[in-house]
Design a protein around this ligand. Structure first.
Ligand code: THG
Length: 367
């Protein structure tokens, strides 16, 4: 593919200088911002992520900040996950839906205080929806996109690296919890979370000016840990079954179809927009659902379009993300499969732009 022309509409990040210096070799666009996808190669990045530690510029995971007396009420209107038990200091993975139960985003909600939340969004214009709801319901809230840019530190040596920069207390942060830490006199929200299954943290960097000093400090402190710039890895995240909004599910899908029913408490999420629609689909159950798909391949082309999943001559679904897995010796994919064929071990085939491969519905994701 040809290069993408940079311009003001395609936003750089507070870490872009560091990303470029590290020799980024490909980007995608996410929330109108640059998101690195490859540094050395997808496979080298994959092995390095699983053995060392990486620093990821995920500034494109923009925050929708909601603050004011009606903040908690508004956030509950956006999601079928019951937020009543959520405490300040917690993060929740929350499907967000429209009035028909269609998925608008699958962000991480960060509860800073009862009256102050960050919604750390996937790639869709959620800010417009949230502002529209707040205005339409005359809620007492302020909503904006603050100058907050997540920097992820991921990999088995993430704890050691983070402890060197922020102190040993970071080791005590529990999964999907956060604490406040100091870096050069600046407060940083640090959560144990991230878009990989290798373990690690996300630093919510407030103020673009402190971005490169933090990037440099992490790189310097981790020299002997083999720290390197990285990014969400297209192979590892499929092995892990981490969904990509816009790829694996869209506004055409309910959270149940996306396999996110475990993050819905629709019956008790009082006030959720789309609740009635979701109560119906939760009762009847989805007729298609996300499934892990193992592909009998030696190499795979880029999954840059949906690949038809066939049972004989019948189309029974599609694969929306896939890659050849070095560790599992097969292709790994995320598919959306009709209920007639979603049972584990169902034999199918997948039609790619480079030919057809045997495929099978796996019983679980690989990581
Ligand atoms: N971190 C932050 N913001 C984000 C992402 C992130 N915004 C965009 C995108 N990623 C949102 N999508 C996801 C998808 C999966 C997870 C987080 C965000 C995730 N899922 C785990 C799982 O499914 O196993 C854990 C979920 C849980 O147990 O609560 O981590 O990565 N800040």
């Amino acid at each position: 593919m040809a290069l993408i022309s940079p311009s003001r509409r395609l936003r750089r990040t507070p870490f872009s200088e560091g990303v470029e210096a590290a020799g980024v070799s490909a980007y995608t666009v996410y929330n109108r911002m640059l998101l690195p996808t490859v540094f050395r190669s997808m496979e080298e990045d994959y092995h390095h992520l699983k053995s060392a530690v990486q620093v990821w510029d995920v500034a494109c995971e923009r925050q929708v900040e909601v603050r004011g007396p009606d903040a908690a009420k508004l956030v509950q209107m956006l999601t079928p996950r019951d937020l009543r038990g959520m405490l300040p200091g917690q993060c929740y993975y929350v499907p967000m839906v429209d009035e028909t139960g269609g998925m608008l985003n699958d962000p991480v909600a960060v509860k800073l205080a009862e009256d102050r939340w960050w919604i750390s969004i996937a790639d869709s214009d959620l800010l417009l929806w949230v502002k529209g709801i707040a205005y339409g319901y005359r809620l007492d809230v302020l909503i904006d996109e603050p100058d907050v840019s997540p920097l992820a530190v991921q990999g088995p040596k993430a704890d050691d690296l983070m402890a060197r920069v922020f102190g040993d207390a970071v080791r005590d942060i529990r999964f999907f919890r956060f604490g406040h830490f100091d870096f050069q006199g600046r407060n940083m929200v640090i959560a144990r979370s991230g878009y990989s299954k290798q373990g690690g943290f996300e630093i919510y960097v407030e103020g673009s000016d402190i971005g490169m000093p933090l990037w440099d400090a992490l790189m310097e402190a981790g020299r002997d840990l083999d720290v390197y710039a990285g990014c969400p890895n297209g192979i590892e995240r499929v092995e892990a079954g981490l969904l990509s909004y816009g790829n694996d599910m869209t506004a055409q899908n309910t959270p149940h179809e996306a396999g996110l029913g475990r993050f819905c408490n629709t019956a008790t999420a009082i006030g959720c927009i789309g609740r009635d629609a979701l109560l119906r689909v939760a009762k009847e159950g989805p007729i298609k659902q996300v499934r892990p798909i193992a592909i009998d391949s030696k190499t795979l082309p880029r999954c840059d379009r949906p690949w038809a999943l066939m049972a004989g001559d019948t189309r029974v679904g599609q694969v929306t993300s896939a890659a050849q897995s070095p560790d599992f010796g097969c292709g790994v994919g995320i598919g959306m499969v009709r209920m007639t064929h979603w049972e584990a071990a169902t034999a199918l085939h997948v039609v790619t732009q480079d030919g057809t491969f045997p495929a099978v519905v796996n019983d679980k994701f690989w990581l």
